[in-house]
Ligand binder design. Structure first.
Ligand code: NAG
Ligand code: NAG
Ligand code: NAG
Ligand code: NAG
Ligand code: NAG
Ligand code: NAG
Ligand code: NAG
Length: 416
């Protein structure tokens, strides 16, 4: 298998830290940056100290435009077969290419925003990430020769200009979470925790491996201690993550749709997306949600709708609490009896000084998926994707605990 060397490296010009042996931790950590523009809100993981890779929980492998010289991956390597096995139905097959008796492995990455794709070459590259004791970064580790794909620069079109590529966090064995654990066996469990920030001014956090996962303030708040769990599923047509959503309720009252509307096998229940900005619901579910929310929000002044939303309020008339605006609570009811609570901070998007809209979108009558959970509903929620145990840990909003996803202390310290 591939050598992974722990190399000394310099994190910041003011700080250098030499890792001589794997420290006694089982966790890696990296910052998450929120990129916003008019229509998208994307999040990136920062690797190699300053390179931003858009987080895509559906992507089969990590890709970016490489330098001209990059080592090819042979067509007989198992990773080549894996990379080539994931082909979006919208993309043509990229054939492998031969040059001077060498077979170059080609695959087909997809731009998650535009859906366009391009033939790319599988290669190996080093990626540097921090170790952590769960409280702050304790030094760097260089993952040697990870599999990534070299895409043409044009594939970056419509992605934020600060992003250099796309970081894969799917079920795929070429995703970052798999490559940071298997096959290297350095004690990193196959799990990652996503904590998306609500603003581009705060740095969110992603952890790989077991906790603890401390967020400030208060000190000694371990996000692992407040998680509820629900089974995490895959399906055979994609590499994404699904949970068994069986209903939605508002202030404790179930919205009026047949339970079959969420049927896991046929109607797809709920998928988690790191690209879709606002949770989308198939029309019948959306309309039922809207109707019930309106009823529960009687007494709050409605105002003219703002696209793409269809229920907006005059927020200057609503009180607020630690959870954000005091609006009816939405519960995602899960098959194993747990529920994910959505408070005002994740249900109402402020679109103007005194206008806030219910941040859910109609996916249309024929949407394949009953529900796609979008990033606005995930911000300041701690989500642990436990691939080893096929379960999702979720905190609901962190705000009631007095912390946010911006609460990780990224000041690099020594091993203590
Ligand atoms: C945003 O979307 C609207 C409508 O979908 C489109 O007209 C506009 O050009 C988009 N703006 C950007 C910056 O992509
Ligand atoms: C890939 O190879 C197949 C079979 O050899 C050929 O039909 C197809 O045109 C090739 N595709 C491209 C993009 O070159
Ligand atoms: C996926 O699984 C279902 C049964 O669960 C089966 O009907 C379908 O053919 C499978 N699709 C693929 C692409 O394997
Ligand atoms: C899927 O949802 C539709 C409407 O949302 C419903 O009519 C249908 O019965 C559901 N299918 C299953 C198998 O539950
Ligand atoms: C919201 O309510 C305030 C106070 O009643 C009012 O001054 C303001 O014009 C309203 N805003 C909108 C957008 O209706
Ligand atoms: C989803 O949850 C329901 C209710 O508990 C259960 O009957 C169903 O089997 C679950 N589906 C899956 C795929 O786990
Ligand atoms: C953040 O971590 C550094 C060590 O890297 C530590 O010295 C500092 O006290 C921590 N800050 C807080 C607020 O805990």
């Amino acid at each position: 298998m591939h050598n992974r060397l722990l190399l000394p490296f310099i994190l910041f010009s003011t700080f250098s830290f030499v890792v001589l042996a794997p420290p006694p931790y089982h966790t890696l950590v990296a910052p998450i940056l929120k990129h916003t523009n008019a229509n998208t809100s994307l999040y990136s993981i920062t690797l190699n100290d300053h390179e931003h890779y858009i987080i895509d929980v559906d992507a089969p492998f990590t890709w970016y435009p490489c330098q001209i010289r990059h080592p090819p991956v042979g067509c007989n390597e198992p990773a080549c077969a894996v990379a080539r096995s994931y082909l979006s139905p919208l993309c043509p097959v990229a054939n492998n290419t031969y040059k001077y008796n060498q077979c170059y492995c080609n695959d087909t990455p997809v731009n998650p925003v535009t859906g366009s794709c391009a033939p790319s070459q599988l290669t190996n590259n080093d990626l540097i990430i921090y170790w952590t004791n769960g409280r702050f970064p304790t030094g760097g580790v260089n993952f040697n020769r990870l599999f990534v794909s070299c895409a043409p620069p044009s594939l970056l079109q419509s992605l934020p200009k600060e992003a250099i590529g796309v970081g894969a966090l799917s079920w795929s064995s070429l995703s970052l979470s798999y490559q940071f654990s298997y096959p290297y066996g350095i004690g990193i469990a196959r799990k990652f925790a996503l904590c998306l920030p609500s603003s581009s001014r705060a740095r969110g956090v992603i952890f790989f491996g077991d906790g603890p996962y401390y967020l400030l303030h208060p000190t000694n708040f371990d996000a692992a201690s407040v998680l509820s769990y629900t089974p995490l599923h895959g399906d055979n047509t994609s590499l994404g993550y699904f949970i068994n959503l069986t209903g939605i309720s508002i202030n404790g009252k179930a919205i009026n749709v047949h339970r079959d509307a969420f049927d896991f096998k046929v109607n797809g229940s709920a998928r988690l997306s790191s690209i879709v900005p606002y949770t989308t619901l198939r029309s019948n579910i959306y309309n039922a949600l809207l109707k019930e929310f309106k009823k529960a929000a009687r007494g709050i002044a409605q105002v003219t709708n703002v696209n793409p939303f269809s229920l907006c309020f005059n927020t200057s008339t609503i009180g607020s609490s630690r959870h954000g605006l005091s609006v009816p609570q939405i519960h995602l009811m899960l098959g194993n009896g747990e529920k994910w609570t959505i408070y005002g901070s994740n249900s109402i998007k402020q679109v103007d000084n005194d206008v806030g809209c219910l941040a859910f979108v109609d996916a249309g009558k024929t949407a394949k998926q009953a529900v796609v959970i979008g990033t606005y509903q995930m911000e300041n929620n701690f989500l642990l994707f436990d691939l080893d145990q096929s379960r999702l840990g979720f905190s609901s909003s962190l705000l009631p605990y007095g912390t946010t996803c911006g609460g990780f202390n990224f000041t690099v310290g020594g091993i203590v």
